[in-house]
Design a protein around this ligand. Structure first.
Ligand SMILES: [Fe+2]
Length: 134
């Protein structure tokens, strides 16, 4: 199964949507690296890329929130910070234990958390930005 930005996940904000697509690409690349039994170095590369991309994307979203004086910023930022920690912990156990069923299950669960965040909070943010601009 590949992660993709399906219609229900499109926020309507060009930057946010394109970053979500790249983020899912990074998750898919990591899943592929696991499935193909790629070596540690390769696996570490995809893990590092995913983690830094998540951080970069969150920074960009937070910038948009600050610029538009989004009232939901504190809560959204708190979620982002907690999520980065979750993703980093999951990545560390993946690298420590290898792509076990448990490690992959945990990774899929963490991606699932992001998907529900996109569906609710990121859509709310995109709607707010759009209303501000109109
Ligand atoms: Fe977000």
């Amino acid at each position: 199964m590949r992660y993709e930005v399906t219609k229900d996940l499109v926020t309507g904000n060009t930057l946010i949507d394109s970053e979500h697509r790249q983020l899912f690409d990074a998750v898919n690349a990591l899943m592929d690296a696991c499935a193909q039994g790629q070596g540690r170095t390769q696996l570490q590369k995809t893990v590092d890329f995913l983690n830094s991309y998540v951080a970069r994307h969150f920074r960009d979203e937070e910038q948009l929130q600050i610029q538009s004086k989004y009232p939901g910023y504190p809560a959204h930022k708190t979620f982002h910070d907690g999520y980065c920690r979750q993703m980093s912990e999951t990545s560390q156990s993946l690298m420590r234990d290898g792509p076990t069923v448990k490690a992959l299950g945990d990774l899929n669960r963490v991606v699932g958390v992001l998907i529900s965040h996109i569906r609710t909070e990121d859509k709310r943010l995109a709607r707010y930005i759009q209303e501000q601009g109109s």
